[in-house]
Design a protein around this ligand. Structure first.
Ligand code: ADP
Length: 150
């Protein structure tokens, strides 16, 4: 049976930290569906269709990665996609509590298991928020985003 995971997030924008998690996830899973959640509470910087297009481009040569926009609970999205796993990354202790609660809830709600990868130390400070802030002030963000977005 093929092992399928969703990698849910806002990806506003997709960073090299996210990229690293997907690449490492591909060693654990046969297929990864990057789910871009429509977040009604967060204001978006990059339009969701642009994010979808950009991430597709990054993984154009990787048939085991798909990119899908979703508009429902993450656990329902996982089921809809036939995925038994949720892939997430943890950068720091602040991420930990949040991820643990989400993992617990998603297990309880849908029996979906969350697999956490720790960020590589060199990427631990990289967040979409950092990239958005730099971008807003016209700074060069190329060192924080995958090649195809530079
Ligand atoms: P969300 O809004 O759901 O937190 P994000 O797009 O910010 O979505 O992040 C998606 C996932 O990627 C989360 O599990 C987050 O912890 C992880 N992540 C974010 N930045 C990094 C990074 N630099 N290295 C590894 N994982 C990261």
């Amino acid at each position: 049976m093929s092992k399928k995971a969703i990698f849910p997030g806002s990806f506003d924008p997709f960073t090299i930290g996210h990229y690293d998690i997907v690449k490492r996830g591909l060693e654990l899973f046969d297929e990864i569906i990057i789910g871009i959640g429509r977040n009604r509470t967060k204001n978006e910087t990059f339009p969701i269709r642009e994010r979808e297009e950009a991430i597709r481009k990054i993984f154009a040569d990787e048939p085991r990665v798909q990119v899908v926009i979703y508009d429902c609970l993450t656990v329902d999205f996982a089921k809809e996609q036939g995925a038994s796993f949720i892939l997430r990354g943890i950068r720091c202790v602040e991420d930990f509590e949040y991820e643990r609660n989400m993992a617990e809830a998603n297990k309880q709600l849908g029996g979906v298991e969350t697999i956490i990868l720790y960020t590589r130390p060199e990427y631990a400070h990289i967040s979409s928020t950092l990239v958005r802030d730099l971008y807003a002030y016209g700074k060069n963000v190329s060192e924080f985003v995958p090649n195809t977005l530079r």
